[in-house]
Design a binder for this molecule. Sequence first.
Ligand code: FAD
Ligand code: EPU
Length: 335
Amino acid sequence: MVEKNSSLKSYNTFGIDAKAAYFSRFSNSKELATLLQEFKNHPFLIIGGGSNLLLTKDFDGIVLKNEISGKNIIEDTADTVLVKIGAGENWHEFVLWTIENNFGGVENLSLIPGSVGASPMQNIGAYGVEIKDVFDHLYAYHIETGETHRFSLEECQFGYRESVFKHSFRNQYVITEVCLKLEKNRKVNTTYGAIEQELQRMGISSPTIRDVSNAVIAIRQSKLPNPSELGNAGSFFKNPVVDAAIADAVLEKFPTAPIYPAENGKKKLAAGWLIEQAGWKGKTVGCCGVHKLQALVLVNYGGSTGNQIYGLSSAIIADIQEKFGVTLEREVNIL
Ligand code: FAD
Ligand code: EPU
């Protein structure tokens, strides 16, 4: 059923009360094709959980919510399983299912909000793992031809919070199914950040994938706001990847700045640290602000418009540029 003049407030985790001229759900490619045909002269927006979106205005077109479901093991060997997941499945519920079945590989990606279908869009990542590490292939519906294409790992061109779907193929494909290869005897990855420390606190010395998942959940809950309590879309900015000379200049002034190695001799700076140093952490501007426990997260205290949050992000970008000579890039999709 197509709704008219529909509020999107409960469909984006920022809780922005923008409206869509039309709104509908689809649960298979045929329904999607019918809707795209019926509304072919209108702009369209595909959404999953709306957890990486900032709506700065009403959407004068049709918002299509992906509800393609299903989890199927399509290949089963002694060591691995290949799982095909409908794009509308909830990501964290899928992760919990893998843990129930003792299929390892995505436990470090526990508690990331949103849908399975959006996970390749920005190559979701956390605690030392990105979806590209378990990715096998995906299926996507080509809007212009109505054909379904299979994309291999190479074709997705995954990078840090990047994929081909975010750039050259933006608005051209709808991801309908994602196939991930998981391990039956997973060697857990606990090297990143505070995982080891959290496991120690939990009194665990030989962690299972369930233990790693629980540790990641505990760390995330200690600093990231729960969108059902406080509107947000996770990290608002990417961690900037800069030339070594820029990172060295930051280090010279601030010897304790967290800096990580990146590809091609570049360095990754911690945007949260830069924003905190610049004095923004915990600041409130109107109804929105910078989260008090994680400066990379912008929050809606209630009643903020998307434009107010966008304005806050612009002020932060300008200030970080001035103070550190570093350009922050927004991670969240702006509409
Ligand atoms: P949406 O917000 O609905 O959509 C995001 C973009 O993808 C939009 O441009 C949309 O048009 C497009 N899109 C959605 N579905 C499809 C599809 N099927 N086909 C084609 N295009 C599509 N991200 C991380 O990487 N790591 C984290 O640790 C992390 N932590 C977070 C913590 C919190 C509290 C929150 C709120 C967000 C966090 N995020 C994180 C961001 C977010 O959860 C992910 O980007 C997630 O994959 C978005 O999924 P979604 O279904 O909500 O996407
Ligand atoms: N930091 C500060 N102040 C802050 C926040 C962070 O000084 O307010 C410092 C921390 O002390 C640490 C460093 O910055 O030294 C990195 O912080 P953290 O480990 O919390 O991770 P992050 O870089 O802020 C990234 C991702 C998250 C992901 C975590 C864990 C990006 C843009 N963000 O955050 O992803 O969950 O690492 O892997 O890469 C998201 O994309 O929405 C997201 C939440």
